[in-house]
Design a protein. Structure first.
Length: 79
């Protein structure tokens, strides 16, 4: 999947998608959400609370979460 195939959407929507993978919002710091996963201690995801999250930023967080772009896209379409 190419980077431009990732969805442009608000940060809050992306947070809901990551929550469906088991990630949880631990805090909201200014204009970013910080997410953690119980099975992946020490790994933090930072999702900006912007009207549109840049694809490069989203891809970096998907990789940090250990997910495939395709799996994320399928789950995004279901949310």
């Amino acid at each position: 999947m190419a980077q431009w195939d990732l969805p442009l959407a608000p940060g809050r929507l992306h947070v809901r998608v990551f929550e469906s993978f088991g990630w949880a919002v631990r805090r909201s710091k200014k204009n970013h959400f910080v997410l953690t996963h119980p099975a992946k201690p020490g790994i933090l995801l930072s999702i900006p609370d912007h009207p549109e999250v840049a694809r490069g930023t989203l891809r970096a967080q998907i990789r940090r979460a250990g997910l495939a772009d395709e799996d994320y896209r399928v789950r995004f379409d279901a949310v």
